[in-house]
Ligand binder design. Structure first.
Ligand code: BGC
Length: 384
């Protein structure tokens, strides 16, 4: 099945022009002067930026480089607009300074041990770009590619559909993959992220949305006083290289028990700095409920702005990462992003799933020709 069929399926029910509002009010486009160079060194043109607006004053800015979210402005409890995602003022800074800010990670988000796996009897070797392991798709993952963009008006609100063709052998992965990500900003203050892919040969796929959130505002400093709930009673313990040991362990009695709301700072000391490891949360949670079924798995709130974000997903796992490697880089408007200055809530399959195929409780990460990879997230914003 070609990817356009997937798109048609996803959007068929919803693509209509919104009668009372013109597209110009809700979708604005601009082009940055920044030009992306492709793997062969060819100049592939300026990067398009697109801003979505809804009637409640919410605004989402996106760009083609990495199919990235660069801004999400939501009203706080007093109605003041607050930009809750970390980012940079210029496109150029993303490849220079970003630690996957706001992007779409692929072909396989998170880690693959030693960058090796075998599939259908054939061995594959990928880049070891994170110590001895493979991280977030390799040297030039989907975050560093320019995606094509098409603005879409849906019955739920304005959106953008990004598409990318990853050729056979891209970063060492087998098969040519057609990937797409559609972002929609709804009139109910939701940011819907819908990812999909089809392939012409068996390949692992795990597209991951990598926004760094700070519901106090991107420039408000630490996220340690935010309150988090994660619907997960197990997690995947890891070794010193952040590779799962294979165990699916209970969160009960550990600092990873977020089943009842607690501040992020309360138990973070259980993961102190240790050599190269900056400490903090950087763990995959095994989400409750059935993979493939949408269910609410996360609730995050900020005490100062009162902004609340919940996440619904159909994925089996969630990487909760507290921005441990943020290094004081200068972001939007001169903001300084230090360690714990933002957090990621990355719905996903479990890390290194490709090397755990067939093991009890481990998700299937392999996409085969004729199948459609689907991954859905709904970020819903309210205040309390
Ligand atoms: C990973 C971290 C990694 C970070 C890079 C996260 O998804 O869990 O280990 O350092 O991405 O920005």
């Amino acid at each position: 099945m070609h990817i356009t069929h997937l798109t048609t399926m996803i959007l068929a029910a919803s693509v209509v022009l919104v009668g009372c509002r013109s597209t110009e009010d809700s979708i604005m486009e601009s082009k940055s002067g920044f030009t992306v160079t492709d793997a062969a060194g060819l100049d592939i043109g300026p990067v398009r930026m697109i801003t979505l607006r809804n009637l409640n004053g919410m605004e989402v800015e996106l760009m083609e480089l990495g199919a990235t979210v660069t801004k999400v402005v939501v009203p706080d409890r007093n109605g003041d607009p607050t930009d809750v995602v970390l980012g940079f003022d210029t496109v150029e800074e993303y490849p220079e300074k970003s630690q996957y800010f706001g992007c779409t990670v692929g072909r396989v988000g998170n880690r693959i041990a030693y960058g090796i796996f075998s599939l259908d009897g054939k061995a594959y070797e990928l880049a070891a770009n994170n110590g001895e392991n493979h991280l977030h798709g390799g040297e030039r993952g989907f975050d560093k590619c320019r995606w094509s963009s098409d603005p879409v008006m849906t019955s739920d609100g304005p959106g953008v559909r990004f598409t990318l063709r990853s050729p056979d052998g891209d970063e060492g992965y087998p098969g040519s993959l057609d990937a797409e990500v559609t972002y929609v900003l709804t009139e109910s203050n939701e940011l819907v992220v819908e990812m999909g892919a089809v392939t012409d040969a068996a390949t692992p796929v795990n597209l991951v949305h990598h926004t760094y959130w700070n519901l106090g505002g991107h420039d408000s400093g630490s996220i340690l006083d935010e309150t988090l709930t994660i619907a997960a009673d197990r997690y995947t313990p890891i070794d010193a290289g952040f590779i799962p040991t294979g165990e699916l362990a209970p969160v009960e009695g550990t600092a990873l028990d977020f089943r009842a709301p607690k501040t992020i700072g309360r138990d973070i000391g259980a993961f102190p700095e240790n050599g190269e490891d900056p400490g903090g949360f950087d763990h995959n949670f095994c989400l409750e409920g059935e993979a493939g079924t949408m269910r609410e798995v996360v609730r995050l709130s900020d005490p100062d702005t009162g902004i609340v974000m919940t996440i619904e997903t159909d994925q089996p796992g969630l990487q909760f990462y507290t921005g441990n490697f943020l290094n004081g880089m200068t972001g939007k408007g001169g903001a300084v992003y230090d360690k714990f200055g933002g957090l990621c809530l990355e719905t996903q399959t479990y890390p290194d799933s490709i090397n755990r195929m067939g093991e009890d409780g481990w998700p299937d990460v392999v996409l085969r020709p004729g199948e459609v990879y689907r991954h859905r997230m709904i970020h819903r914003f309210t205040t309390d």
